[in-house]
Write a protein that binds this ligand. Structure first.
Ligand SMILES: Nc1ncnc2c1ncn2[C@@H]1O[C@H](COP(=O)(O)OP(=O)(O)OP(=O)(O)O)[C@@H](O)[C@H]1O
Length: 256
């Protein structure tokens, strides 16, 4: 459902020269699967997700969503994805219901299908108590739920969440993660980025550890712990990043 092959993105940065934000990344994600991109700040997670959601154009490589190439068929890709980032906002002067309805209309959903979908979404995301609440009155957690609802109102098969729990307290973060888990149960293909180990351990079927634009390791949490002989993901993560940094330092020393 998501196919990424040798995907690269470089930026021309005035201060740093060419930045290889993503450097030859490959992975696939299936329906009913949650795939996590786990990496420290600046690893390239957002850049990768923004290319999948057609906001950025790849420098090279292939990214396909539901069989459509993000570079050559961006409109078809956009109809098949929901993309939520930490700053996907809500409007102060609309109620939760109005806001999600508004986005459904933007996607061109027929009115009766839209109303049925709203009922279903408000039920699934446990938002029925806030149907008539204005954005300005909502707690951060409720705003986050509305953001999820508006992102997926058109019922796309692929859902992309860029650090969906960033800035949330543990209770709200938990509710958001539970909502994402329910979407997986409906067979959605989900990719999300985080730098929080516990989130990947709880939620992800498979993860890719990403650092400086490269995937350092990929697999289930259990596979990675077994492969690196560690009993928790945090240790695997540190080991991999340290080893990669040592490799880079050795290569730099050799180069002169
Ligand atoms: N428009 C841009 N111009 C120049 N460099 C950029 C641009 N966008 C991203 N970068 C750089 O690309 C690299 C990867 O950034 P990216 O935002 O994808 O990382 P991230 O893993 O999402 O990090 P974070 O957890 O901090 O959001 C960083 O070095 C960043 O500074």
């Amino acid at each position: 459902m998501i196919h990424v092959e040798n995907l690269t993105k470089s930026f021309a940065d005035l201060r740093r020269g060419t930045v290889h934000a993503l450097d030859g990344v490959s992975f696939d994600v299936q329906p009913g699967e949650i795939f996590g991109l786990l990496g420290p700040n600046g690893a390239g997670k957002t850049t990768c997700l923004r290319m999948l959601s057609t906001v950025l154009r790849p420098t090279s490589g292939i990214a396909e969503v539901a069989g459509y190439n993000v570079a050559t068929d961006p409109a078809k890709v956009r109809m098949r994805i929901g993309f939520m980032s930490g700053n996907t906002g809500v409007y102060d002067r609309m109620t939760a219901w109005e806001m999600v309805e508004y986005y459904g209309r933007l996607y061109g959903m027929p009115e009766d299908a839209l109303q049925a979908r709203l009922e279903e979404l408000f039920e699934t995301l446990q938002m029925n108590e806030i149907r008539d609440m204005l954005g300005s009155k909502m707690s951060t957690g409720n705003k986050q739920k509305v953001s999820i609802a508006r992102t997926i109102v058109h019922d796309p098969p692929v859902m992309i969440f860029d650090e969906p729990t960033s800035g949330l307290d543990v209770l709200v973060a938990r509710a958001v993660l539970e909502a994402i888990a329910r979407l997986k149960d409906q067979g959605k293909c989900i990719i999300f980025s985080t730098h929080i180990m516990r989130e990947v351990e709880k939620l992800c079927d498979r993860i890719a550890i990403i650092h400086k634009g490269r995937i350092l390791a990929m697999g289930t949490v259990q596979e990675l712990e077994d492969r690196y002989q560690e009993s928790d993901m945090e240790e695997v993560f540190f080991d991999l990043i340290q080893a990669y940094e040592a490799e880079l330092a050795a290569a730099a020393a050799e180069a002169g």
